[in-house]
Design a protein around this ligand. Structure first.
Ligand SMILES: Cc1cc2nc3c(=O)[nH]c(=O)nc-3n(C[C@H](O)[C@H](O)[C@H](O)COP(=O)(O)OP(=O)(O)OC[C@H]3O[C@@H](n4cnc5c(N)ncnc54)[C@H](O)[C@@H]3O)c2cc1C
Length: 576
């Protein structure tokens, strides 16, 4: 996240009045300031809503310990990858397709000569490179693991073109790989597919300060792109918890949604053009920087969300919005999902154009973060639901007035039970970590069965309740080590009707998987939802696509796949 400007210049009289009122009431109640358990002295400047009931006060955050953030990187997280089960063992129905050739020493020689640099080829065919290769074989969740013996890191589209053409001619299967943070097993091989990793294609080519259009290589890390833009007063229109490792080529290939889709829309709208290489080596130059271009089929859209199955994206041009000058975040506790929905409606109605995120976390997910990090929660009481609301705008005073008025109304209407407001950048980041840190925290506590789904808003949380009831009934959930399931939690992008149902397990087991699947997909289908809102299909959802797409759609997709990749070398065993 780049620098944010905060509005500390709120009218003193108004706030000091409330401050006095609250200090008196809370001291009487508890004999000490009730601002936050971790706050020892009152904050210098108060930003709060005019609160009719002091016991439900929105408080500024004085001190929050930031969560420990792991750098998401393929190499740093895979030290004990030997414990990860091979995907080929976990999915015995997947068989290596005999049409693919096995990599030979001659193939390796060709690639070494082509790519030159030693760091561009990790050769496990003619040398013992097991440890170096392992990070590229295992996924971020430690759930999927392949058998590749060759990793290639081309530097530009021309090199990618030669690599893919050679692979296509020799029937060698390929897996495109960016930051390897994908959550459906799409970024790692199943068998011995060659990994073509984009991390060496990491140049920013141009930025137009008048239009906000950025043109960059696929291997640029999302956070690096955003920092580059921050220095120029702009913002990357996508943000997600893995931003420190995921790459913009991977983002486009998964059509990542993330934390601010509510405000900045989907990549299908913001990506203006791209360059991609087809399996036969053709370089598709669709790197337009135009906002409007109605000359024929919009073929670039096919690569957005294609998960590396029809070509390898080598560069992207993207429309970036100006960086908001004032950003605020509030974190609430709520008593029911009904209240969450009311808060969301109120936020949309009252914050309208400045609302940039509305995220949902259930009590269980926040407990997981506490367990994994040992950090103190920003609210004193425990609530079944929490929401994070972010506003972004250009006028700090105006935005703050709107946020305060919103807080005032949701508290006086009894919708929100308790909450805090970030007061500076550190607090802003710390509050966001209670949302962004969930995925990572869960990963530290064992395995997770992840279901990233779109469901009509009214039923969004019902899925978590039903799933919990089902697994409990089957005797699978419990606190001690004898139960496979540790917890069933839900969180997600409330603003996009996108829930992440997570079943946290002590270890992955077929018993748990069978209890959830296909039940969960049937549940979603009945409500006309989508079995994959933003993470994609990969290996995990491949066989379940029929729950969200009809036969005609699947047939058309297969036709497209065959047209672009007739030999089927691109990311086989996945997607469709
Ligand atoms: C902590 C955490 C939080 C996350 N939060 C979100 C979130 O909020 N929203 C969301 O949508 N996702 C989220 N994700 C999932 C993941 O980060 C995204 O899917 C991301 O876009 C993947 O980018 P990547 O570079 O890591 O791609 P990879 O994981 O390397 O690859 C993902 C897929 O894209 C293909 N691919 C990668 N690069 C290319 C390329 N250049 N050309 C063609 N195909 C390619 C791969 O073959 C694979 O199928 C999260 C992941 C983590 C670990």
């Amino acid at each position: 996240m780049g620098p944010r400007i905060y509005s500390h210049d709120t009218p003193v009289q108004f706030y000091s009045e409330i401050k006095k009122r609250q200090e008196v009431s809370t001291k009487t109640e508890r004999g000490r300031s009730r601002v936050l358990g971790i706050i020892r002295t009152p904050p210098p400047a108060w930003r709060r809503a005019r609160v009719p009931r002091p016991s439900l006060a929105i408080r500024t955050v004085q001190s929050i310990t930031p969560l420990t953030v792991r750098t998401f990187s393929a190499s740093s997280t895979r030290s004990d990858s030997r414990q990860i089960k091979f995907t080929s063992d976990a999915y015995p129905n997947l068989k290596r397709d005999p049409k693919f050739a096995e990599i030979s020493a001659e193939d390796v020689t060709y690639f070494k000569e082509l790519l030159g640099s030693q760091s561009a080829v990790i050769d496990g065919v003619t040398t013992d490179a097991k440890d170096d290769i392992e990070p590229f074989n295992s996924d971020w969740m430690r759930k999927y693991r392949g058998h590749t013996r060759l990793v290639l890191k081309p530097k530009n589209a021309e090199e990618v073109s030669k690599v893919l053409k050679y692979c296509n001619d020799h029937k060698l299967a390929v897996v495109p790989q960016g930051g390897n943070t994908g959550l459906v097993g799409g970024s790692v091989p199943v068998f011995d597919e060659i990994v073509v990793n984009t991390s060496r294609m990491n140049q920013i080519h141009s930025f137009d300060a008048a239009t906000g259009v950025l043109v960059a290589d696929a291997g640029v890390i999302l956070e690096a792109a955003d920092q580059y833009l921050a220095e120029r007063g702009y913002l990357f229109p996508l943000d997600l918890g893995a931003k420190g490792s995921c790459q913009i080529g991977g983002n486009v290939s998964t059509n990542a949604g993330g934390l601010r889709l509510l405000r900045y829309g989907s990549l299908h709208g913001s990506v203006l053009g791209l360059q991609a290489v087809l399996p036969d080596g053709t370089i598709v130059d669709a790197l337009s920087t135009l906002r409007k271009n109605n000359t024929g089929y919009d073929l670039k859209q096919l690569f957005i969300g294609a998960e590396g199955t029809i070509g390898l994206v080598t560069a992207v041009s993207i429309q970036c919005p100006p960086r908001p000058k004032a950003v605020n975040v509030a974190y609430f506790g709520l008593e029911s999902f009904d209240q969450v929905q009311k808060a969301f409606l109120a936020a949309k109605g009252q914050l309208s154009e400045i609302l940039s995120a509305f995220e949902l976390m259930d009590g269980g997910s926040q407990k997981m973060v506490i367990e994994a990090t040992g950090n103190k929660h920003p609210l004193e009481g425990e609530y079944p639901f929490y929401c994070l609301v972010e506003t972004s705008g250009s006028n700090a005073e105006h935005d703050m007035a709107k946020l305060e008025s919103f807080l005032e109304s949701v508290m006086s209407d009894g919708i929100v039970a308790d909450g805090v407001l970030a007061q500076d950048e550190t607090q802003f980041q710390a509050l966001w970590r209670w949302r962004e840190g969930i995925t990572e925290s869960l990963s530290h506590l064992g395995g997770t069965y992840k279901y990233d789904v779109s469901i009509p808003l009214s039923d969004l949380y019902l899925l978590v309740e039903d799933c919990k009831a089902r697994l409990t009934e089957k005797g699978l959930v419990g606190d001690d080590e004898s139960f496979p399931v540790r917890a069933v939690v839900g969180y997600g992008h409330m603003g996009d009707s996108n829930l992440h149902l997570n079943v946290a397990v002590r270890q992955y087991s077929k018993e748990v998987e069978k209890a959830i699947e296909p039940w969960v997909y049937e549940w979603i289908q009945k409500r006309h939802g989508s079995i994959s809102a933003e993470h994609g299909l990969g290996v995990a959802k491949r066989e379940f696509i029929g729950y969200s797409q009809n036969e005609t759609m699947v047939k058309l997709m297969k036709q497209l796949k065959n047209l672009y990749d007739p030999n089927g070398i691109m990311n086989p065993y996945k997607y469709i």
